[in-house]
Design a binder for this molecule. Sequence first.
Ligand code: AMP
Ligand code: GLY
Length: 425
Amino acid sequence: MMNILLLGSGGRESALSWKMSQSPLCQKLFIAPGNAGTAAYGTNIALGINDFEAIKAFCIENQIDTLFPGSEDPLVNGIYDFFKSDDELKHITVVGPSKLGAALEGSKDFAKAFMQRHNIPTAAYATFDAGNFDEGLAYLEQHSTPIVLKADGLAAGKGVVITEDKEEAKKVFTAMIKEAQFGDAGSKVVIEQFLTGVELSVFAFTDGKHYVLLPEAKDYKRIGEGDKGLNTGGMGAISPVPFAQGEFMQKVVDQVVEPTIKGLAAEGIPYYGFVFFGLINVNGDPFVIEYNCRMGDPETEVVMPRLENDLLELIGQMKAGTLDKAVVKHKTEAACTVMLVAGGYPEAYEKGDAISGLDQVKSSIVFHAGTTTKDGAVVSNGGRVLAVTSYGNDIQDALRTSYENIASISFRNMNFRKDIGYEFK
Ligand code: AMP
Ligand code: GLY
């Protein structure tokens, strides 16, 4: 039996708590801070996800044996190391990597250098900081367009700029390094080659030596239909991804997943939990666009529904180092999720709007993302408000169900993309 503390409050944490609460191994499930939806699967606790001392006190008081950081922040800030170096906490299983391992997400420069060391396919790049700023400007001058600039550190999904215009690239580069546009995150900048292809997300779950692959997914990052407009946290997702099979997936395993897991082990980097490979399919060859050290959001809202295994059993195998014995089973049905977002998102938007019609939803699972409870009613509390997930015989069938059920949900200025999965019609 497990007593779990899950850190986070988004759609991802709703889907994770939904999944874990179904396990016969789930004794107690706490979500910090959670949202109006997670309260149906466990107990919400008002704790900050980066308040390690408060998390420690809670874990001791409630006999937590499994800490599951849903998002990257606490991992990049070293929550694994904090637990493992504390006599009162070190027995607790942490479903996530050490600070060094989390640098695969926390530092683009570290990730690129790691991929180079292990011969993992990724876009060509160079890294600059205040020390070689002028060289960076000269590098931009001779670079082909489009140019991809990435702030080295965590920048809440906003640290990547892609531009056709060299003068704009120089401005962005200057703003990041000289004007601290992204604070410390932008004190180093990775400039890389632009790759063209279809993106997908692949997930490994690892005990540091062995791994299993979870169902793959594709997310839709742009706010506008036809993949236009500003980047968001993700407006929807589908699983499976039709081209993620056969020779292409074999290349993903041989050229990306295996060398990553082996590379981490060879470098002595403690790594448990999820490796999220953000990949792009360039004419049949996979390239790594980014690593994340946790599950994706909204990908989790389709991956967990398609995963037949007991997630807590997999966590037990992770802890025991026996994931080589685990066999992952996927549901044959497809799944999709469509995000309902607040009008204005990803720019300024309002919170606190009453949500109606949730009780009318018949054949979809509604995962709460940005919601809270106010005077007994569910109200919006973030840009991404709800993720409406459905199963189907194929992707389009699943999408039809989500769109039908969305028709009964409403809140002021609700917005969503009507073309999720459009390439796979
Ligand atoms: P990241 O935060 O690294 O995932 O980048 C955000 C988005 O920018 C990715 O999902 C891609 O759509 C795009 N992107 C990042 N790097 C590249 C690249 N080298 N070539 C083309 N698109 C990219
Ligand atoms: N959906 C992309 C992410 O979770 O980073």
